[in-house]
Write a protein that binds this ligand. Sequence first.
Ligand SMILES: [Zn+2]
Length: 232
Amino acid sequence: MADFLLETYIVISSFVVSPLRVLSNCFPPPITNSVIRILPYGFLGSICCGLDAIFMLVQYQSSYLRALVDNTAHGLIAFVSWCVVSEIQTRKDLLEAMLCGLIACVIDVDHFLAAKSFRLQEARQLKNRPFLHSTTVVFIVVPILQVWLAQNVSYLRSLPYLFAVAVISHHLRDGHRRGLWFWPLGSTPPLPYWVYITCVMALPCFVKDIKRSIEKFNVVPISRQTTPLMDV
Ligand SMILES: [Zn+2]
């Protein structure tokens, strides 16, 4: 699956690279570089708008189809967001993007947990928003993942960032309809559509910058520190 996606990504990239080569011959390098840098964010924004248009089309269809389209949209947006963060340089980056998409999809399971039922109708008729839809979760879980996993297990180094992208992109998309919920403080009003799209596009840029600055420190895990605290 990952190999197939990686090959598809290479084919799609080659379609994108060819027009960019033409562009680089027509315009000065600073303009071409700016276009190349902005392109992935524009692609992410257009994915959001495209998926929302599909969701509007199925709005009056069966509730199962609506839930499927809605959940797939959450997964795809998180998947593309992580592709933008990692710039897909290795097979691991692609697997992480798939995990990011999966986490964004799994968040909606809390509707069923809160309803204590596997029936979609009951899961959709909750009086309050379920716990994984509180953005406060990010401020609690991300530091825990950073301290307990990312610093000690090298292949889980990206997990806190990946989790943040999955959860925040999901909440922003839901936030367009219901606002952002910061338990125990309360909820914001529904986000205007342009705010939701701008924030989803800005999220990978923000996370990429934070990830880069934190990795610069290259923290040595306490368990691997061998230097004695005191020379006796
Ligand atoms: Zn949701």
